[in-house]
Design a protein around this ligand. Structure first.
Ligand code: AMP
Length: 222
């Protein structure tokens, strides 16, 4: 199955992807995670990306699209199935993704649109903590680790993303509304969009989604 998770920052795309990974047995690809890894390793790409990430702005289309094209072209990922989280973020990226997949005659099956409201988004992002070692996600109120500052899964150090502050969150929301929201219509026209109320708790969102999938007569063919 080939999926895209679409929605504002803080809608819970990463959390849903983590929960779905086992249920659907497909690879989770997050452009944000890839870029942060490049930044951690101080590569040329990482250095270039940092200027945009720190401000909450988008990395240029050509850079992220090349990244995704390289990733998808390896290890039969397109045939095996994948879940894209954070890509596409512009209409140009959406069209390029279609072009890449059409070359393999393997179009997207679904685009999950996670709809969330601003107060929920701000509460989620300002309280989010990420494991520096394994990338596991926590929240100081909604999903606190057993020991403060320490990852439950691998005992790695938890940190707050530099772009998870109120000022940068506002920029990210503006960027989302201007560049990313319009692609909802693009996918709606393709008949691929499934809308989810992502203000709900992550377990509920997953249950609703699995119900939607099971009611879809095409789901079991993917
Ligand atoms: P995320 O982890 O998805 O919230 O992404 C963090 C940041 O990475 C974004 O604010 C952008 O600066 C950059 N980024 C991630 N995905 C993309 C993309 N598809 N296009 C452009 N920039 C991206």
């Amino acid at each position: 199955m080939r999926l895209v998770l679409l929605g504002p920052p803080g809608a819970g795309k990463g959390t849903l992807a983590n929960n779905l990974k086992d249920a659907l047995r497909i690879l989770h690809i997050s452009t944000g995670d890839i870029l942060r890894e490049e930044m951690k390793n101080n590569t040329n790409l990482g250095k270039e990306a940092k200027q945009y990430l720190d401000k909450g702005e988008l990395v240029p289309d050509e850079v992220v699209t090349r990244l995704i094209e390289n990733k998808l072209s390896r290890d039969s990922i397109i045939e095996k199935g994948f879940m894209l989280d954070g890509f596409p973020r512009t209409e140009t990226q959406a069209k390029d993704l279609d072009r890449i997949l059409n070359k393999f005659k393997k179009p997207l099956n679904y685009v999950l649109y996670m709809e969330s409201t601003l107060p929920v988004i701000i509460q989620r992002l300002t309280g989010r903590r990420v494991c520096r070692n394994c990338g596991a996600l926590f929240h100081i109120i909604n999903l606190p680790p057993k020991k403060e500052g320490v990852c439950d899964a691998c005992s790695g150090e938890l940190y707050q993303r530099s772009d998870d502050n109120e000022q940068t969150i506002k920029t990210r929301m503006k960027v989302y509304l201007k560049n990313t929201r319009p692609i909802i219509e693009y996918y709606q026209k393709q008949g691929k969009l499934k809308k989810l109320d992502a203000d709900r708790d992550s377990q509920e969102v997953q249950l609703i989604l699995m119900k939607l999938f099971n009611e879809d007569e095409n789901f079991h063919q993917h």
